[in-house]
Each structure stands twice: as structure tokens, then as C-alpha cells.
Design a protein around this ligand. Structure first.
Ligand SMILES: [Mg+2]
Length: 344
């Protein structure tokens, strides 16, 4: 089996503003495993919030990754052997998890969800993100969001949060999910939860900085809207600590570092009565399609990262009437859309 990798710059259709940052592009790292006719793919979308970068990822990859060449190896042994070489960089681990599962399920002539024992079913609607930006662009963004039934609105601005929602409400009464990305203090959060509860809002994501867990606990008790953890919900082992501070969690492959860990998180969350959303970073169709294979097992879907970029080189999961449709192909079901240096 041959490993290759490349960086790729993804450009946003609109500046992607959240409470703590604003970006027009991100660099991601794509990895490829070639085994005879099989091309398996994975994506690392590193986040500065979690101290990750393409530079760190490239330094690990350039060091060389040893892939086991024993043909009788189990997939579990293969995954562990590779993860041990990745310095605990979760997005890179996620890339290898995707690629190894893509390879394994293509080898077994099955789509990944089928191999994992999940049934093909009609999936919930995905939300579509309206990031923080120029308030005058909102009308156009709402027009672009027409195919999607739920909006995910980024808030956590110094003073403009209500103004943003009021502007959106001039054009649509669609359901809104609010993501404050750790941007609120306690007084603002309580006021916003009450005010937003009359605005057809489904829930609020991560109101406070992750280290302020006690505030989330207090707010979750008082808020008329559900409160979801994102920056507080990285791994399955976090669930015990945060379960009484939130109503639900946002699971992302790039945070938890593997398809297997996401599955453990889904099980743990269900056991503890937490609602589950499957989310993403800004990613190409590789990362989004990989996550979509778990979508039948969760309550809410927020897999729109590939829809926000101009130059997604791959096709995979599609959106039909606002819902994800997983490709009818073996493996992840990814295809390269256009030829580009180093992309397979
Ligand atoms: Mg979030």
C-alpha cells in the first residue's frame, strides 16, 4: 500500500466569521492510500482553536508513516499502529481513520455505513451556516440558503447578535440553530436564551468558553432552549464531566480523531440522555462524506462544510431536498471532480 499526501487551499464563498476568528480560506491536508485499483482518501482540517496546523501535520507526515504490510492484519490493529505515529493530532488521526475505513470497505465491496452495520434511511435535514459578516449581505445569504430548511447562525459578536437575528427574520422564518462559539458572558447568554426562545430557534451551541463549565450548568437549568456542547465535547471521555451541563453534544471527526471514537461518543451520549448532533469544520466532500456514514445514528445534522467552499475538488454525499443522501458506492463513495496537482 502506498501513502501520499498534499495540502490544498479551500476558499470560502463568503468570509467565514465566528466569534473568535474570520477567514477567507483554510489550508487542509489530504491523504491517499493506494492499494492496486483502490484509492482511499482522508482529510485533515486542522483548527487553531485546538492547537493544530498544517505545518504540524506536514512535519509528522514528512517524517514518514509506517503502514503495516501484513495482509492478515485486522483493521483495528492497522488503525492503532498508524494512530501511534501521529503525535495525537486529532485532525490527522481523523484523516487516517477515514482513509483506512475507505480502503477497508472498498476491499470488502461495501459502503462504509453498511460495513458498520447501519441501515440506509432517510436522514434528518442538515443545517446551513450563516457566518458572521457584513449585515448587508444577509439577504443574499438567505437567498443562497434556500435549498436548506434549517439555518445555523453564528453569533457571539460584541453587540450585534439581536440585530443579526432581526435582519434574518426580515427574509425568513426558517428554524435557526445558534452557535455562540464561546462568545458570551453569563448575563448575555441568559438574556439571549430568553429572547431567542421566541424566534423559532432550536437550540444554542457553546455559549461560554470551554473552561467555564459551571456557567453552562447554570444556564442549561434556566434556559428555555436546549444548550449543546461543541468546544466542550471533544472525546467520549469528556461526556461524564459535561453531561449535567448540557442538553446535547456536537460530535466532529476532526475533534474526536476517528470514526471509531465518534461511534463510542454516540453510544455514550445516548446512554447519558444527551441529544447528538453530527457537525464539521470547513472541509471538502471527503470529510463531510466520511461523517455522513454515521448520520443515521444521530438526532441532528450539521454537515455543510463542503457547501460553504468554492473549490471542493470531490463529490460524495449529496443534498436532496435539504437532506443528505449517501452515495451508492463502496467505501466512502468519493470521486475526484477535476484534475488538480497531487490530488487523487
Ligand atoms: Mg460550534
Amino acid at each position: 500500500m502506498k501513502l501520499s499526501f498534499t495540502t490544498y487551499r479551500i476558499f470560502l464563498k463568503h468570509t467565514f466569521g465566528i466569534s473568535r476568528s474570520s477567514n477567507n480560506w483554510y489550508d487542509i491536508v489530504l491523504i491517499f492510500l493506494q492499494d492496486g485499483e483502490i484509492i482511499a482518501r482522508g482529510e485533515a482540517a486542522p483548527s487553531l482553536r485546538y492547537n493544530e496546523s498544517t505545518e504540524k501535520i506536514l512535519s509528522i507526515l514528512n517524517r514518514g508513516i509506517i503502514l503495516p504490510d501484513d495482509s492478515s492484519i485486522t483493521i483495528d490493529d492497522m488503525l492503532v499502529c498508524v494512530y501511534n505515529q501521529l503525535d495525537n493530532i486529532k485532525s490527522l488521526q481523523a484523516a487516517f481513520s477515514m482513509a483506512i475505513w475507505d480502503w477497508w470497505s472498498q476491499k470488502n465491496n461495501k459502503p462504509l455505513f453498511d460495513l458498520l452495520g447501519y441501515k440506509r434511511k432517510v436522514l434528518p435535514h442538515t443545517s446551513f451556516t450563516i457566518a458572521i459578516g457584513n449585515i448587508n449581505d444577509i439577504e443574499k445569504k438567505i437567498e443562497e440558503a434556500k435549498p436548506y430548511d434549517i439555518l445555523k447562525v453564528k453569533l457571539g459578536t460584541p453587540n450585534k447578535d439581536k440585530e443579526i437575528i432581526k435582519e434574518i427574520r426580515k427574509y425568513t422564518d426558517k428554524m435557526i440553530r445558534v452557535d455562540a462559539n464561546e462568545g458570551w458572558d453569563y448575563v448575555t447568554a441568559l438574556d439571549m436564551c430568553k429572547w431567542l426562545s421566541d424566534q423559532n430557534v432550536e437550540f444554542i451551541e457553546q455559549p461560554f468558553p470551554a473552561e467555564e463549565l459551571e456557567k453552562s450548568k447554570k444556564l442549561t437549568k434556566l434556559s428555555p432552549l436546549d444548550i449543546y456542547a461543541d468546544e466542550n465535547s471533544m472525546l467520549s471521555r469528556d461526556i461524564e464531566q459535561i453531561k449535567s451541563s448540557f442538553d446535547g453534544i456536537n460530535i466532529k471527526l476532526m475533534k474526536c480523531g476517528s470514526i471509531e471514537e465518534a461511534i463510542v461518543m454516540i453510544k455514550e451520549a445516548k446512554k447519558n440522555g444527551l441529544k447528538i448532533m453530527l457537525g464539521c469544520m470547513v472541509e471538502t466532500s471527503i470529510g463531510i462524506t466520511a461523517a455522513s456514514h454515521l448520520a443515521s445514528e444521530v438526532d441532528k445534522i450539521d454537515l455543510d462544510g463542503n457547501l460553504l467552499i468554492k473549490n471542493d475538488p470531490y463529490s460524495g454525499v449529496r443534498i436532496v431536498n435539504g437532506r443528505l443522501v449517501i452515495p451508492n458506492l463502496n467505501g466512502l463513495g468519493i470521486k475526484l471532480k477535476f484534475k488538480h496537482d497531487n490530488l487523487l
